[in-house]
Design a protein around this ligand. Structure first.
Ligand SMILES: C[S@@+](CC[C@H](N)C(=O)[O-])C[C@H]1O[C@@H](n2cnc3c(N)ncnc32)[C@H](O)[C@@H]1O
Length: 292
């Protein structure tokens, strides 16, 4: 039976780059057993056959295997840096033109890759909207993607129970959400700047710049890819870092999770050393790969 689990592990790796080697193998076995029981199939071989034929089952299994833990304003230092440094600098750089430009002409594009149930992109949207001085001069596009369909459903619904609102300063709940029974619902101003879509980082690693809800293939000014890379094998992590680099505009920023510093990989990013948090910059002109 071990060989059947081996082939399911390999299938999951190929389809999502999620690694269940070593100590994570028991978690894979447990989830597969749950799916097998749920479907009332005879044994692991029957489940594998079904999995290989059914796109829906592939999606359900991957959904069951992802770790979706998240919260609003996770890693607050990164949001402080975004509000205190990046947004003011963008307004200064583009701002002179922004004041003169027709409304909505200055573009700001942000990718939340592995957005889970939506707390990350909604936090980014609140941070950006409350910081911009010339809000109406900006066309803001936050693209938020995840592998998990159930996470995306929650994100799109935009309803969060009271206990999940903890990380949000109360004034921002009042400004950007509507209190409803047991929690709060994000308002249209936040929804209006975010597009949610299915995203498999495997495709980004393979060099694709096509993201279904951002079909124009334009570059991003910032990418948040936090607490996702750790679930991939090392080679896939390095591939992802370099593929995200390619998706960023010159001078753009990458935010990673607390346990995801980039110093182990060969890449072209410059760490922002005085930020007090993990944030990396794509230099204006950079050619040589260099580990930092
Ligand atoms: C631990 S959550 C992190 C959420 C958020 N970025 C944060 O830091 O709070 C990891 C998310 O990555 C998603 N994920 C895992 N593998 C993925 C893949 N291959 N493509 C896209 N998303 C993936 C999972 O579904 C999950 O929602």
């Amino acid at each position: 039976m071990e060989t059947v689990i081996d082939s399911i592990e390999q299938f999951v790796l190929e389809r999502s780059r999620l690694s269940f080697a070593g100590h994570k193998r028991d978690a894979l076995k447990k989830r597969v057993k749950e799916r097998l029981d749920h479907l009332n199939l005879a044994d692991l071989s029957a489940y594998r056959e079904f999995l290989l034929q059914s796109a829906l089952e592939e999606s359900r299994l991957l959904d069951a295997l992802t770790t979706n833990e998240t919260c609003f304003f996770r890693n607050p230092g990164q949001f402080d840096y975004l509000k205190g440094q990046i947004i003011p600098a963008m307004e200064n750089e583009k701002g002179q033109r922004a004041m003169l430009a027709p409304l909505g002409r200055m573009k700001m594009r942000i990718l939340s890759a592995g957005c889970s149930t939506g707390e990350e992109p909604y936090s980014i949207a609140m941070a950006v909207l409350e910081t911009l001085r010339f809000r109406r001069a900006w066309d803001i596009d936050i693209v938020a993607g995840d592998l998990s369909d159930s996470c995306l459903e929650t994100a799109i619904r935009g309803y969060y129970e009271e206990s999940r609102l903890k990380g949000i300063p109360p004034r921002l709940v009042e400004k950007f959400m509507t209190r409803v029974e047991g929690g709060a619902l994000v308002n249209d101003e936040l929804r209006g700047v975010i597009s949610f879509c299915q995203l498999n980082l495997r495709d980004i690693m393979a060099g694709s710049s096509q993201i279904s809800c951002a079909p124009d293939g334009e570059g991003f000014d910032m990418i948040f890819c936090r607490n996702v890379m750790i679930y991939f094998p090392f080679a896939a992590q390095e591939q992802l870092v370099n593929s995200l680099y390619a998706l960023l505009n010159q001078g753009g920023y990458l935010f990673t999770g607390d346990a995801e510093p980039l110093h182990m990989y060969t890449h072209n990013f410059e760490p922002v050393r005085d930020a007090g948090c993990l944030v990396y910059k794509k230099a204006e002109i950079s050619t040589n790969a260099q580990a930092v």
